[in-house]
Write a protein that binds this ligand. Structure first.
Ligand code: ZN
Length: 177
């Protein structure tokens, strides 16, 4: 497996609407594996293909599996999701405010309103349809990644964005997406 380079907003691929995936060949499987490895190494809880300069509608998501995360998320901690051509088919009425970071915009965090609960229809890495229901932090990560597939970044919709000073890093429990 290979660690991939994560691109930043100076690269126009990050701002493009990504293309639907139609091929689930060996090359695509290798991309999925490389993205999972890159996300975990970063470390991050989500990574969308455009962030590694591949303009395709695919993202990987995995909440951390450390003790704190297990306490908070139970079985969802460490569970890997691969979504291909995802569509949000249902949302809650409630929006919740939360803090997000992005692997493509290192050193910054922002406050963003997201739907509290969502239902996503997508294909898995082999092209099989799957429906995922997510809420809270997991729903937030999905919304952040799906935005990436449309060339949108959290800073576009954040109410506030701030720079994280290295000495503050221990106080911030947010993992980038
Ligand atoms: Zn991001």
């Amino acid at each position: 497996m290979t660690l991939l380079d994560i691109i930043h907003p100076d690269n126009p691929i990050l701002r493009k609407k990504a293309k639907r995936v139609t091929t689930f060949d060996k090359k695509f499987q290798a991309l999925v594996d490389d993205m999972v490895e890159t996300m975990i190494e970063a470390p991050g809880v989500g990574l969308a293909a455009p962030q590694v300069a591949v303009s395709q509608r695919m993202a990987v998501i995995r909440l951390q599996d450390d003790e704190k995360s297990k306490e908070e998320f139970g079985d969802l901690a460490g569970k890997l999701y691969v979504v291909v051509n995802p569509e949000i088919v249902k949302t809650s009425k409630e929006m919740v405010e939360g803090v997000e970071g992005c692997l493509s915009i290192p050193g910054y965090l922002g406050t963003v309103d997201r739907f509290e609960k969502i239902t996503i229809d997508s294909l898995d890495r082999y092209g099989k349809p799957q429906r995922i229901k997510a809420e809270g932090w997991l729903a937030r990560v999905f919304q952040h990644e799906i935005d990436h597939l449309d060339g949108k970044l959290y800073i576009d919709i954040a109410k506030e964005v701030w720079e994280v000073r290295p000495e503050d890093q221990d106080d911030e429990n947010v993992v980038a997406e």
